[in-house]
Design a protein around this ligand. Structure first.
Ligand SMILES: [Zn+2]
Ligand SMILES: [Zn+2]
Length: 261
């Protein structure tokens, strides 16, 4: 270290003239090394232009990658569901509307039926507070279970479609499983603190009200939905729910509206 310093001091002395002023070689080196203000501004503006061109496309690529990761995650849930169903007489896993045991949460149940690690958080979900499953849930009332929510109308023990009429106690009783949504993306709102399902029967045909319970804009104006047959799609919310017209939420009528919603 010391030798380096001495060397550099010697190097500096060498470039000086006989009376301690910078010699001709030093002046020449200095003028060759220095940037003029204009050169500096040109370089900065070129960098700014390049960043202006590259950043939006990088951002777009990042969002696209997140979207693909989310959709393939939902597909994995669909595959896990196909393995789960035969073990449970084709009943869909119940929601937290009826169960309190954290280990029976539908998403945790599905993870036991897939080799791939299921994502509990969509990569585009900006929410921060998620449940730590190793700690008592009672101490985490502000946290969310996941970025996803199940449709309570398909819950095998739902008060209306389960225990009363018992019609949807099996996925085989859903009229068109490929048109009926089971999982949607849930927004980072108060209603999803320690909650994992939605109640479409409370929406009463209002798209604006329904959108409070769906992260309809999570992926550039669209959101992902897993249907009861196990396929996943990215759709605008209105493509799933618009009165009169399409309704992918009621098991007895999807993709139409039921007679008495
Ligand atoms: Zn409920
Ligand atoms: Zn997502």
């Amino acid at each position: 270290m010391k030798r380096d310093l001495r060397q550099s001091q010697r190097g500096w002395r060498d470039t000086r003239g006989a009376f301690g002023r910078p010699g001709p070689r030093a002046r020449c080196n200095l003028s060759r090394r220095a940037f003029t203000l204009i050169e500096l501004l040109v370089v900065i503006s070129i960098i700014a232009i390049l960043m202006g061109i590259l950043l939006p496309s990088l951002n777009r690529a990042r969002k696209q990658a997140q979207k693909i990761a989310c959709q393939s995650n939902l597909r994995q849930m669909g595959i896990a569901l196909q393995t789960y169903l035969p073990d449970f007489e084709y009943r869909l896993p119940p929601s937290s509307c009826h169960i309190d045991e954290p280990n029976d949460h539908w998403l945790r149940v599905l993870t036991r039926y897939t080799k791939e690690q299921l994502l509990f958080h969509c990569p585009s979900d900006k929410g921060k507070k998620f449940v730590n499953w190793d700690r008592p849930l009672g101490e985490q009332k502000e946290a969310r279970y996941s970025s996803f929510a199940v449709n309570a109308l398909l819950d095998p023990i739902h008060y209306r479609y389960g225990t009363r009429s018992n019609r949807y106690n099996s996925v085989n009783n859903i009229r068109r499983p490929m048109s009926c949504i089971w999982i949607s993306e849930a927004p980072d709102t108060e209603s999803f603190r320690l909650a994992d399902h939605i109640h479409p029967e409370t929406w009463e045909g209002s798209v604006d009200y329904a959108k409070r319970f769906i992260a309809w804009d999570r992926h550039q104006g669209t959101s992902h939905y897993l249907f009861a047959d196990g396929h996943a799609e990215g759709l605008r919310f209105e493509q799933t729910y618009e009165y009169p017209g399409v309704c992918n939420w009621y098991p007895e009528a999807a993709p139409k509206w039921p007679e008495n919603p």
